[in-house]
Write a protein that binds this ligand. Structure first.
Ligand SMILES: *[C@@H]1O[C@H](CO)[C@@H](O)[C@H](O)[C@H]1NC(C)=O
Ligand SMILES: *[C@@H]1O[C@H](CO)[C@@H](O)[C@H](O)[C@H]1NC(C)=O
Ligand SMILES: *[C@@H]1O[C@H](CO)[C@@H](O)[C@H](O)[C@H]1NC(C)=O
Ligand SMILES: *[C@@H]1O[C@H](CO)[C@@H](O)[C@H](O)[C@H]1NC(C)=O
Length: 174
């Protein structure tokens, strides 16, 4: 009885999540995370082309730049200025002065970022290609018998962790 109620409750909650988030959940991506000796973040002596390789950036995600605010900055530029480290006419200056800047990747296109103050020449330059999120593997989750195959990925885990009561049911789903 209790178990059934939990399962039903979880299913209802998951349906609500599905309505709110029809595709994969957006994530905040820490630029340079795990990039090596210089540590995480936006800095020099990191090859951000290598860092970005094999990663996916989806519309709705955010880039999170963490850096020394007394030195670097976050400038969105076009491809030419990315290539030449030219910070004279940024498309957007995302620098807030805190050394912690969040950039929403809300359009499906390439984005180019460099630091001003010459740090671009030292490697503080990043190009990301923002893609549409992949369609869910289950074409029509509302009609399929079990929503589990769709929901056990990026969407539900954070939600389920947040709602401890659902965990028991979640383990049975997945
Ligand atoms: C970064 O790595 C890429 C891919 O290996 C390479 O083409 C590029 O020259 C490197 N950039 C720098 C500044 O070393
Ligand atoms: C980038 O901007 C510069 C300066 O505004 C311009 O000369 C250049 O043609 C632009 N490049 C692209 C690819 O739009
Ligand atoms: C970007 O904005 C920051 C903070 O307002 C400012 O200090 C900096 O000069 C700006 N950089 C450019 C290239 O516009
Ligand atoms: C993307 O985000 C920027 C900054 O928040 C905003 O100015 C712009 O209108 C947004 N574009 C779309 C297509 O939502």
């Amino acid at each position: 009885m209790g178990r059934v109620a939990t399962l039903v409750g979880a299913a209802v909650a998951l349906s609500v999540v599905a309505v709110m988030l029809p595709e994969v959940a957006a994530v905040r991506i820490l630029v340079g995370k795990g990039a090596g000796e210089s540590g995480n973040g936006w800095t020099t002596n990191v090859n951000y082309t290598v860092w970005a390789q094999g990663k996916h950036f989806y519309t709705g995600d955010w880039l999170f730049f963490v850096y020394d605010r007394n030195q670097l900055s976050v400038l969105e530029v076009n491809e030419t200025d990315y290539g030449s480290c030219n910070s004279d006419h940024p498309l957007v200056n995302w620098t807030t002065g805190k050394g912690r800047d969040v950039v929403p990747l809300n359009v499906t296109r390439p984005y180019y970022f460099i630091s001003g103050n010459g740090y671009c020449y030292g490697g503080a330059k990043l190009a990301v290609n923002v893609e549409n999120p992949p369609p869910p593997p289950v074409a029509s989750p509302e009609k399929s018998g079990s929503p589990a195959s769709f929901y056990c990925g990026r969407i539900v885990l954070p939600v389920v962790f947040a709602v401890g009561a659902m965990w028991d049911a979640f383990l049975r789903f997945c």
